[in-house]
Design a protein around this ligand. Structure first.
Ligand code: HEC
Length: 168
């Protein structure tokens, strides 16, 4: 083999080594930023409870409306024991509260907040991943602090696995 063809071969090897390395790095990054998980069909899960927050009280506009909480089966077991197994999912759905002729009923969806339990991945937030989807969006999670601000409130419920609501 001539010197120059040897050099070309060596450069080729080096290039493919870089490509493999870049690919591994890209896969690592993808894995590190866990994919968004929208809770499909959560309205068919167990209904934990509903609350209505009307204007005029101390609670800010962003929280006003009618909210429903739904739990998947693993989370339902967690509600009873206070110990939520990995795979538990709880959804807080906020809708507009419409009032007409003394009747309050739900309007359009304002947002969907989600808690997903994975004790290995989300150690800083009690083992929960927090997600927030605005309106009917299902692809954009608007939380950019890994759920730290959500956990500020939820950590107060540490005696019940960081889940604030109860099934009565
Ligand atoms: C100011 C305090 C506060 C903050 C901040 C907060 N939450 Fe909550 N969250 C609550 C309360 C109170 C409830 C219970 C509401 C009820 O029982 O009707 C709740 C309930 C929930 C539930 C239903 C499960 C449960 O714990 O009862 C989910 C899911 C949820 N929140 C997600 C989030 C997400 C996601 C964020 C951050 C984007 C967040 N929360 C930030 C106070 C807070």
């Amino acid at each position: 083999m001539t010197n120059s063809s040897f050099n070309t071969l060596r450069a080729g090897f080096r290039r493919s080594a870089w490509m493999v390395l870049t690919l591994i790095l890209a896969m690592g990054l993808l894995y590190a930023s866990e994919p968004i998980q929208y809770p499909n069909n959560f309205r068919l899960w167990v209904h934990v409870g509903t609350g209505v927050i009307l204007p005029g009280g101390p609670i800010p506009e962003s929280e006003q409306g009618m909210h429903h909480i739904f739990a998947n089966q693993k989370a339902v077991d967690g509600y009873a024991s206070g110990n939520f197994a990995d795979g538990s999912v709880v959804v807080y759905e906020l809708r507009e509260a419409r009032q007409q002729n003394g009747i309050i009923f739900e309007g359009s969806r304002r947002r969907v907040d989600v808690m997903i339990k994975d004790s290995n991945l989300y150690k800083n937030t009690g083992g929960w991943r927090f997600e927030r989807f605005m309106g009917n969006g299902q692809t954009e999670d608007v939380i950019h602090d890994s759920g730290a601000s959500c956990f500020e409130c939820h950590k107060k419920a540490n005696a019940h696995g960081f889940v604030i609501s109860q099934i009565h």
